[in-house]
Every structure is written in structure tokens, then in C-alpha cells.
Design a protein around this ligand. Structure first.
Ligand code: NDP
Length: 504
């Protein structure tokens, strides 16, 4: 765990000192700049993180390149790489309690959510440790005397860029398969939540992974992130974040034709038919949008309700949402924490104002919450708009906060048209008692992750990613490993003799 501390410029208290890890050494930024890391529940500085430079990013990229070319990691038998990954999983579990508290302090999420993330992170390392030792590749029966086969190889140096909403878990979804496949990495977490991503690298160091294999650079996305996305010595960039940033990354990667994998934003529909189990549907609708304060890429931010139960749904949804306990994540009673930063809170509040101007009916919430235990935190009340229409910006754009847009529909066809009516295609759900209808609707949804009579569960075993402007490629499952592998065709001649093609 991070041990080094320095005095806060605000109150002189000791706070965490978050360094970078390049070529096996912990380092400050080359120009010694740092950035404040803020606890969003209190507005207080809890750490200073190195603000990396382009020079730091390049040092990390060259270290990763050298480590890759040396074969110190890629040449290890998969069983040996797997042993390191199992060790990392064990260490995450040993430190899970403390790391969960740090995740809550850094990101704001309630402790119980952070606890799940720690468990999932350890399980993800174990999952890919097991997978990399399994048989893979293919053989083909081609014309004699040839035999063709396909093997999978690491891509090389992978640049991994992740956001702030699941600081540890989003890091692990990339680092575990990238390392399992034999790549070396340059990793940039969000500068807003660098603490547990850095703790993870400390754990990787303690597990004995050779120097240069894993490199951590902090710093601004447009500086350090852009350098990673555009540098010639990076063979692949795997990015999770907003769609707008994803477009920058694709452009930055184009000049060097590097492989690009993108997990982007969403505006996911949660479709509730009149024949659904009513209480279950209301419950999951709340969970779909307010879990993580709505800062979840797959959040069910558009709730489509069939006309026969629309008014009844709004009544019950409102009653229950008003009872959600908002507070600091470390408070055991808390069910919904703050938003991650002041800037993000202001963005969410401005979308709420926009919704009012667009003529949507504000049902509840809509304001910043302050009060006894909320101090200077960035709390926004659970909020919902009813009577929204597809043209509204609050229906089309990702707000990434606790703001639901509720819309009425009539019948299957309209539900599908509305559900598919945005540029996004990440997730979606259907609630109904009619199994055949559920399948008909799900098959028409242009989305990569779907649920029937459920919302949000995610499994290491199953691929995660979006259609349309929600991304390219998949995390998790076998697909998540393949993202970090090249495919090589090998043709073997079993009769070694001249071709006879040219006469002389
Ligand atoms: P951003 O796109 O703003 O940032 C994501 C990461 O990219 C951060 O590390 C950021 O750095 C970096 N970055 C920013 N600009 C650039 C750039 N020009 N070049 C390279 N890197 C850059 O997203 P947020 O952090 O705001 O995260 C929220 C978004 O992530 C939402 O849209 C959400 O839907 C999406 N997301 C998608 C998931 C999925 O699986 N599909 C899962 C989780 C989140 P820094 O912030 O440090 O400057």
C-alpha cells in the first residue's frame, strides 16, 4: 500500500504521496509538478499525485518496449505468468478492506460498492490466470503437403487509459488480460482517482513482476494520454472513457495504425412492459440509474414504461427514490454517495437545468444537497424527469449522474424504436413476464450488454462492450483476452522440395 506521505498545503496534515512507477522505480514528475486529489464527500485534499509530463510518458513507453523485446515477460511459459497473476489476486484480497476505504475516499462511492469492486478485481486476475493456461489456437486441413495452424501471441506494448468511475476495477479489466497475454504496459489512470490504481501497481511490484513490464504514468489526459495514444512504440491502445475522448484517441492512434479498443459511454434504455412484475421492475429501475450515483457507463438512464402502468410506475418510483439515503460513502447508512468532482457535479446540475428548459417534467430532486453530514461534498439528489421525448438533449446525451429520463411507450415496436434512438449502444434491459416477447425485443436492441428482468450484473466470464458510438471491442471473457493478442498464421511444408515454378 502507498506509504509515503507529504504535508497538505491547505492544513499541514499528512496526505498520501502518489508517485509514478517507471522501469521498476517510483518517481515524481520530471518537473516535480503535482496535482491535488480531493475526497468528493468532503472537498478535502487527501493526496498529491505526480503530474506526469510527455517526457515521463516517453520514458515509460521506452521502458515497456525494452522489457517486451527482452522477452522477460512474453517468453515466460503461461503457467509462470499465471502464478504472478494468482499472487496479485491474493494480495488484493489481503488488502481489500483498506483499499475499499481508499476507493470510497477517492471516488466517493459507498463502502459496500467499493467492497464489491475489490472482490471483482481479485477474481478478474484469477480468471485470466486460469484462461491463459488453457488450449488455444486452431489447425486447418489444407491441401497436402501443407499444414496450417494459427497461434496467438502478445501484441507488444499496450497503452491502457482508464476513467474514474471504477478506479480499481477498470484498471484490472485491462491490466489482467494484457499481462496474461504476455504484453508489457504503459498505464494511465484518471488523474481524479489515482490512489488505488497506484496501490495496484505496488501490489504488482510486490508480486515480483519484472521491472519495465508494468509502467504507471499519472497526468492530464490531453498530455500523457495523448502521448500514449499517438506514440509509435505503443502497439495498441485500450481505452475506457467518454465517447468524445474515444474519438480523440482514434485520431491520435491513426498515424501509427495501432490497434484501438474502446469502451465508451452509454444512454441505456430500461424497457418496462405492463405485464412485468411491478415491484421488481421499479426496484431494478432505481438500481439501474442510482447505483454509483448514476456514474456507471451502463446506467439505465432512460426508463421506458408502457402506457398502461406509466402513472402507477411514476408514483411508486418517486416514493422509493425519495427514500434513498444520500451521504458520505464511509457512513454505513449511505446508499448513494457524492459525484466524483466539483466540475462533474456542475456538469450534472447544468443538464438538470437543461431538462427543465427543454420542457421535461421534473418529478423530484434536481438540486445539490447540503446539510449536516454533507459538508462541502459534491452531492446531487436522486433526480427524475417524466414525459421526456427522444429529441431532448437529456435523452440523447450521457449525463453520467443520478438523473433518470422517463418516457412512455405503446407496444413492442415503439419500445424498440425509442430504445435504439440514440447514438449509443452500450446496454439495455427488458422487464416482462412474457419470455418470448423479452427475447424478441432483446434481439432487436442495438446494444452489447443486455438483461432480461434484471439490471447491472456483470461477470468476468462474459464480454463487456458496446455497439455504435459506445465502443469497439470487448473487455472480459475470452474476447477480453483476444483484444490483447495478435493472431499468427503458420504454414508448415511436410514435403521439403523445390516448387518447379521457374524453369531455370
Ligand atoms: P474521459 O474520457 O474524460 O477520461 C477517461 C480517461 O482518458 C482519463 O484517464 C483521462 O485522463 C483520459 N483522457 C482525457 N482526454 C484524453 C486525450 N485527449 N487523450 C488521451 N487520454 C485522454 O472519461 P471520464 O474519466 O470522465 O469517465 C467517464 C466516461 O467513461 C463516461 O462516458 C463513461 O460512460 C465511460 N465509461 C465507459 C465504460 C465502458 O465499459 N463502456 C466503463 C466506465 C466508464 P484525465 O481525466 O486524467 O485527464
Amino acid at each position: 500500500m502507498l506509504e509515503t506521505r507529504k504535508a497538505s498545503a491547505v492544513n499541514g496534515q499528512q496526505v498520501l504521496d502518489v508517485k509514478m512507477y517507471i522501469n521498476g522505480k517510483w518517481k515524481d514528475a520530471s518537473d516535480n509538478q503535482t496535482r491535488e486529489v480531493i475526497n468528493p464527500a468532503t472537498g478535502e485534499v487527501i493526496a498529491y499525485a505526480a503530474e506526469g509530463t510527455i517526457a515521463d510518458a516517453r520514458e515509460a513507453i521506452f521502458a515497456a518496449r525494452e522489457a517486451f523485446e527482452s522477452g522477460v515477460w512474453s517468453d515466460l511459459p503461461p503457467m509462470e505468468r499465471a502464478a504472478y497473476l494468482y499472487k496479485i489476486a491474493d494480495k488484493i484480497e489481503e488488502q481489500a478492506e483498506e483499499m475499499a476505504k481508499l476507493e470510497t475516499a477517492d471516488n466517493g462511492k459507498p463502502l459496500r460498492e467499493a467492497g464489491f469492486d475489490m472482490g471483482d478485481a481479485a477474481a478478474c486476475f484469477r480468471y485470466y490466470a486460469g484462461m491463459i493456461t488453457q488450449p488455444d489456437g486452431q489447425t486447418y486441413h489444407v491441401a497436402d503437403p501443407m499444414q496450417a495452424m494459427v497461434v496467438r501471441e502478445p501484441i507488444g506494448v499496450c497503452g491502457l487509459i482508464v476513467p474514474w468511475n471504477f478506479p480499481l476495477l477498470m484498471s484490472v479489466w485491462k491490466i489482467a488480460p494484457a499481462l496474461a497475454a504476455g504484453n508489457t504496459i504503459v498505464f494511465k489512470p484518471s488523474e481524479i482517482t489515482p490512489i488505488n490504481p497506484t496501490n495496484l501497481i505496488k501490489i504488482i511490484e510486490e508480486a515480483g513482476v519484472p521491472k519495465g513490464v508494468v509502467n504507471l504514468v499519472h497526468g492530464a489526459g490531453p498530455v500523457v494520454g495523448n502521448e500514449i495514444a499517438s506514440h509509435k512504440e505503443i502497439d495498441m491502445v485500450s481505452f475506457t472513457g467518454g465517447t468524445k475522448t474515444g474519438k480523440h484517441i482514434m485520431k491520435a492512434a491513426a498515424d501509427t495504425i495501432k490497434k484501438v479498443s474502446l469502451e465508451l459511454g452509454g444512454k441505456s434504455p430500461n424497457i418496462i412492459f405492463a405485464d412485468a412484475d411491478f415491484d421488481v421492475a421499479v426496484d431494478y429501475a432505481l438500481f439501474g440509474i442510482y447505483c454509483g450515483s448514476g456514474q456507471v457507463c451502463s446506467a439505465g438512464s432512460r426508463i421506458l414504461v408502457e402506457e398502461g402502468i406509466y402513472d402507477q410506475f411514476i408514483k411508486r418510483f418517486t416514493e422509493r427514490a425519495k427514500q434513498i439515503k444520500v451521504g458520505p460513502g464511509l457512513d454505513e447508512e449511505t446508499e448513494m454517495g457524492p459525484l466524483v468532482s466539483k466540475e462533474h457535479m456542475e456538469k450534472v446540475l447544468s443538464y438538470i437545468e437543461l431538462g427543465k428548459k427543454e420542457g421535461a417534467r421534473l418529478l423530484f430532486g434536481g438540486e445539490r444537497l447540503t446539510g449536516e453530514n454533507l459538508g462541502n461534498g459534491y452531492f446531487v439528489a436522486p433526480t427524475a424527469f417524466a414525459d421526456t421525448t427522444l429529441e431532448m438533449r437529456i435523452v440523447q446525451e450521457e449525463i453520467f449522474g443520478p438523473v433518470a429520463a422517463i418516457q412512455k411507450f405503446s407496444g413492442e415496436e415503439e419500445a424498440i424504436r425509442l430504445a435504439n434512438g440514440t447514438d449509443y449502444g452500450l446496454a439495455g434491459a427488458v422487464f416482462t413476464a412474457d419470455g418470448a416477447k423479452a427475447m424478441r425485443v432483446i434481439k432487436k436492441l442495438r446494444a452489447g450488454i443486455t438483461w432480461i428482468n434484471s439490471y447491472h450484473p456483470t461477470y468476468n466470464e462474459a464480454p463487456w462492450g458496446g455497439y455504435k458510438q459506445s465502443g469497439i471491442g470487448r473487455s472480459l471473457g475470452t474476447f477480453g483476452l483476444e483484444e490483447f493478442q495478435e493472431i499468427k498464421q503458420i504454414n508448415i511444408n511436410m514435403q521439403v522440395e523445390e516448387t518447379g515454378w521457374f524453369k531455370n
